[in-house]
Design a protein around this ligand. Structure first.
Ligand code: DX5
Ligand code: ZN
Length: 234
């Protein structure tokens, strides 16, 4: 038995991290796909929850989060692409999420602010996500209360889509500039179409958390994929 690994729970805008998205993994062997990420030094694993209503696809729910939780102590970054995340929140918290990100465009029984407060009250990290068409201003009421701001770089719903550079990079830079001008500390996450050629563009515009689905789980040589992605954001 080796020493238990201490994972980096506190994200910092200065520390770039690669977050593999389980959406692109082979679900017939989830446990070994999780271990594949763990084995190459991943800190945070990204879990994409889709409800078939907020987005045009259905992925998985709290039970999968719980399954993954049992396989690893890597930190779990749960991205809720769903309506009524507030209604289902406790189930994701109980399943073992370490960060929960909610969309400002979703429907709520309560409100975005109340949902964020509940996540924080549970001692977990929280984030806000913006669809490619949603302006940065939509995040402004929450920027003091979040650990991360997720700028979607594809239309949420499917892996393997092309990176929307023109539509999203000015917004990412705006979010970074606002943070610097106001002494805030949220991390900036990008999600969708992140490869070794697009990650440096996102980094140059302020991203420090890079969600990688196809680019991480696609290649058979995971160590090489991870090394390439880490080098691209170093
Ligand atoms: C898109 C998801 C992404 C997706 C990224 O709706 O939120 O996390 O898995 O996949 P790639 O990296 O393949 O674009
Ligand atoms: Zn995601």
């Amino acid at each position: 038995m080796g020493e238990p690994v201490a994972y980096l729970i506190d994200m910092s805008p200065e520390i770039p991290l690669i977050l593999p998205s389980l959406l692109a993994a082979d679900w017939s062997q989830v446990a070994s796909e999780v271990k594949r990420a763990e084995a190459v030094g991943v800190q945070w694993l990204h879990l994409d929850v889709m409800d078939g209503a907020f987005v045009e696809n259905i992925s998985f729910g709290p039970q999968m989060v719980q399954t993954v939780r049992k396989c690893t102590s890597m930190l779990l970054d749960v991205h809720l692409m769903m309506h009524r995340p507030d209604h289902y929140l406790e189930r994701f918290l109980a399943a073992g999420a370490d960060n929960i990100t909610i969309h400002v465009e979703a429907r709520y029984d309560t409100s975005v602010a109340e949902t964020l407060a509940r996540i924080r009250h549970a001692g977990k990290k929280c984030g806000i996500a913006l669809h490619p068409n949603t302006p940065f201003e939509a995040a402004l009421p929450y920027v003091r209360d979040i650990d991360l701001l997720l700028i979607m770089t594809v239309v949420p719903g499917f892996g393997g889509q092309p990176f929307l550079e023109k539509e999203t990079m000015p917004k990412l830079a705006e979010a970074r500039d606002y943070r610097e001008a106001h002494g805030l500390s949220y991390s900036l996450e990008v999600d969708g179409g992140i490869y070794t050629n697009t990650a440096p563009i996102a980094k140059a515009n302020g991203a420090n958390l890079f969600v990688c689905g196809t680019s991480f789980y696609g290649p058979a040589d995971t160590a090489q994929a991870m090394a390439g992605l880490c080098a691209a954001v170093a």
